[in-house]
Design a binder for this molecule. Structure first.
Ligand SMILES: Cc1cc2nc3c(=O)[nH]c(=O)nc-3n(C[C@H](O)[C@H](O)[C@H](O)COP(=O)(O)OP(=O)(O)OC[C@H]3O[C@@H](n4cnc5c(N)ncnc54)[C@H](O)[C@@H]3O)c2cc1C
Length: 492
């Protein structure tokens, strides 16, 4: 591949930028288009009255996939980006006053869990060991390669993974696996919550999702210096230093094709001719709006969406030493909450609250003695909801619950605020119905068989990002950028 291979990338989300860096490193000439004025898509930032907030992702795992990008570009990561490992993964609060601190050190985690819950160390050790085994056996098949190429199935590690299938808990739900592993319902709830890491429900997502705790507990959770926004900022700078062209504030109106070949992208009335187009826009929006001339995969497009969120950004004029970087305040009836999020049930007004406070790590993120609260509650990605109304209802529910559990009148402490709702997520990032992670992984097929990273009939058309294989969340999006770059370099 060389400069004469022209690649256009539609979308500067994390997957689009990862693909850009890898393709440029392989010698291609790369242009990235984004309708927004910043690189990072859902990784965005806002500031008000001396408070800074990351608006999208807040949990950073698997930093090795970021490191790989610097290595493949031949650049020194420390010139662009740095991060630290967190000693406390998360602090959990229950309505019955139970408080559990999940330490990153496994021995400390187990000791604390045995102190707080009705559990023996062996049950936790076995769970984490199985979690690691599930990840190791499946990552090379399900995460690191296209599932839509025969060559993937001819590899030795794929065969090893396939042989391990019976141990992967594909036939039971995550909740069933957790109930079998732990008798204390509070511990079951903690391990059920990992389903939300890809916007699914623990009552239907397959038990193999119990590999997610391995990523947090055995590999670790991290904090990027400067906040989550420093990830796309560093990758943007790296890509520009390598010669990738960015055209921000530029909406692509159509991906152009002729016969069975991609020919370029159209921006307004001008067509930019290109051999390869990598679509980082949500697959649903891509087929509906960017590829009207191409038959859409209607079945894949009807797949259930992952959950969305209402996110409050509050400048809080008090410091709470009892809180950590990541905090969870659980709903008392978890099943009812997921009936509402994933099964079309009635609105549930005791949500599980995720509270992230980056000023715990970066003191510049809030004025002295204050904290920047990012509060996320999961809500359904559902059409026709009155989000303004539900934001008011949920704001009250969140304030009541936090005031009760923290024994403080929270409403009086909020000195500035902003809010993000599913309709805003959709309008800002083209994510259909504001889903955070593309489609949900609420059954075995949906968990693994997502839209491929290339178009089977149109030569030169590729897809990356949270709505396609291998899925949503920063680590998987980075892997989708890697798979696309491998596909292109192997066929160039
Ligand atoms: C509130 C929230 C919290 C989250 N929390 C976490 C977390 O803690 N950890 C985690 O790992 N993940 C988290 N996620 C999920 C994670 O943000 C996403 O999975 C990931 O960032 C998606 O990246 P992407 O590459 O698919 O692109 P996106 O971020 O979806 O960006 C796509 C880009 O394409 C652009 N685009 C679309 N159409 C066009 C067009 N026609 N022309 C030009 N540009 C176009 C959009 O403007 C956008 O910038 C969260 C998401 C949200 C919203």
């Amino acid at each position: 591949m060389n400069e004469t291979t022209q690649c256009s990338i539609v979308g500067a989300g994390i997957a689009g930028v990862a693909a850009a860096i890898r393709l440029r490193a392989a010698g291609a000439s790369v242009t990235v288009f984004d309708q927004n004025n910043h690189v990072g898509g859902k990784l965005a930032e806002c500031s008000m009255q001396g408070y800074r907030f990351d608006m999208g992702p807040s949990l950073f795992t698997m930093p090795q996939f970021i490191e790989e990008l610097f290595a493949c570009a031949g650049a020194k990561m420390e010139d662009y980006f740095s991060y630290q490992k967190e000693e406390i993964i998360c602090k959990y609060f229950f309505e019955d006053s139970t408080v559990f601190t999940a330490y990153s050190d496994k021995t400390k985690y187990i000791a604390e869990a045995c102190r707080v819950f009705d559990v023996e160390p062996e049950a936790l050790i076995t769970y984490f060991d199985k979690s690691a085994m599930k990840y190791d056996r499946t990552r090379s098949i399900f995460l690191e390669r296209s599932l839509h190429r025969w060559s993937t199935y001819l590899r030795r590690d794929t065969l090893k993974g396939l042989m391990a299938m019976p141990k992967l808990d594909l036939l039971q739900s995550l909740h069933q696996i957790n109930r079998r592993a732990f008798r204390d319902p509070r511990l079951v709830q903690i391990f059920d919550r990992y389903a939300t890491y890809n916007g699914s429900t623990p009552y239907r997502t397959p038990g193999i999702m119990s590999l997610i705790p391995h990523l947090e507990q055995n590999i670790g959770t991290y904090y990027p210096h400067g906040g989550m926004i420093s990830i796309p900022r560093a990758l943007h700078r790296l890509a520009e230093d390598m010669g990738v062209q960015f055209r921000l504030n530029t909406k692509v109106d159509q991906i152009m094709t002729e016969g069975n070949k991609v020919t370029g992208v159209r921006v307004g009335s001008s067509v930019i001719a290109t051999d390869r187009v990598i679509c980082n826009a949500d697959m649903f929006s891509a087929y509906r709006y960017l590829l009207p001339q191409v038959k859409a995969p209607e079945k894949a497009m009807q797949q259930e969406r992952s959950s969305s969120g209402i996110i409050f950004y509050w400048g809080v004029k008090k410091a709470f030493p009892s809180l950590q970087l990541h905090n969870i305040f659980f709903a008392s009836d978890y099943r009812k909450e997921f009936d509402w999020i994933s099964e079309g049930g009635e609105w549930h007004q005791d949500p599980t609250i995720y509270l992230n406070i980056t000023s715990k790590c970066d003191t510049h993120d809030a004025p002295e003695g204050c904290e920047n609260w990012f509060i996320l509650i999961n809500v359904p990605a559902r059409a026709g909801e009155d989000w303004k109304h539900w934001t008011e209802v949920m704001r009250k529910a969140v304030i009541d619950k936090l005031s009760r559990l923290l024994k403080e009148d929270i409403a009086n402490l909020i000195e500035c605020e902003d809010v993000l709702t599913p309709d805003l997520i959709e309008s800002r990032t083209s994510s259909h119905l504001g889903a955070l992670y593309g489609s949900a992984s609420n059954d075995r097929m949906a968990a693994f068989v997502r839209h491929p990273n290339f178009h089977a009939a149109i030569h030169g058309l590729y897809f990356c990002g949270g709505s396609v294989h291998p899925g949503g969340g920063i680590p998987l999006c980075l892997l989708s950028g890697k798979i696309v770059a491998q596909e292109i370099t192997q066929t160039a």
